[in-house]
Write a protein that binds this ligand. Structure first.
Ligand SMILES: C[S@@+](CC[C@H](N)C(=O)[O-])C[C@H]1O[C@@H](n2cnc3c(N)ncnc32)[C@H](O)[C@@H]1O
Length: 243
């Protein structure tokens, strides 16, 4: 297993990732709650607060999976598009939340979004960017479809800064998570992938640098649960950079 932080950029075959999420879709949300020891709820609340959805806004929830993150946004009265490239996740999302007002599900690849420029007031992605084959391309696409002055909120696994906590977390991911995943999920290999993808994903500072490189401004982040997760925020500049 490599520790190259850019492996996340190189080693993911989109059709295999999509197929893997198709398989885990039915039990996905329940497994997450167990594996995160219930922290997923806190992370979602923090993400929704950072997005601060309001009636009349148009919000893209990218890599939305079964729509767990999208439902809370739609409850605010905002118009929410939940987009994902896994047909299995989209189908499960429609089955669960198809009747929710202001919420629509769209099959879409984060690296080639089927939306017009400046189409959304805010774009968000929770636990999705790490899975995207070309995350930098996705950051550029998100910028393209966000209106000038609009916001980006990324909630993603990251790296605890305290060495002691980082050690405990590594033990949990390497030893405990695979055992629990094997008892809960029909595709335990998917959770080996999860562990590996978290380990190989860049840290908070590096992801912030990627955002600035992609053209986002007022980039900031804060740690949740000691840095197991980081919440990144940014804005699309009001005026496009010259050149
Ligand atoms: C870990 S799930 C997160 C789902 C949801 N956002 C949540 O918070 O529960 C990651 C999702 O990313 C999606 N995904 C991965 N690569 C993608 C891509 N290139 N375009 C769109 N969705 C993608 C997968 O299909 C999967 O549903």
């Amino acid at each position: 297993m490599t520790s190259d932080p850019h492996r996340a950029d190189l080693g993911k075959d989109p059709s295999r990732v999509s197929g893997m999420f198709d398989e885990v879709a039915p039990a996905y949300d329940r497994t997450n709650t167990v594996l995160s020891l219930g922290n997923d709820k806190l992370w979602r609340v923090a993400t929704t607060r950072a997005i601060a959805p309001r009636p009349g806004q148009r919000i893209l929830d990218l890599a939305a999976g079964t729509g767990a993150s999208s439902v809370a946004l739609a409850a605010s009265g905002a118009e929410v598009v939940a987009a994902d490239f896994s047909p299995g996740m989209i189908a499960e999302g429609e089955r669960r939340h198809g009747g929710v007002k202001n919420l629509s599900f769209v099959e879409a690849d984060a690296t080639a979004l089927p939306f017009e420029d400046d189409a959304f007031d805010a774009v968000t992605i929770s636990f999705g960017l790490r899975n995207v084959n070309e995350p930098k391309k996705a950051l550029a696409e998100m910028l393209r479809v966000t209106a000038p002055g609009g916001r980006l909120v990324i909630c993603e696994f990251s790296h605890p800064r305290s060495p002691v906590f980082a050690g405990l977390y590594r033990f949990y991911n390497d030893r405990v998570l695979p055992v629990v995943a094997r008892t809960m999920s029909s595709n335990a290999a998917a959770y080996d992938y999860l562990n590996e993808s978290i380990r190989d994903w860049p840290d908070q500072t590096t992801l912030s640098a990627w955002l600035r490189e992609a053209g986002w401004s007022t980039v900031a982040h804060r740690d949740l649960t000691f840095g197991i997760v980081a919440l990144h925020r940014a804005r699309k500049p009001l005026v496009a950079p010259v050149g």
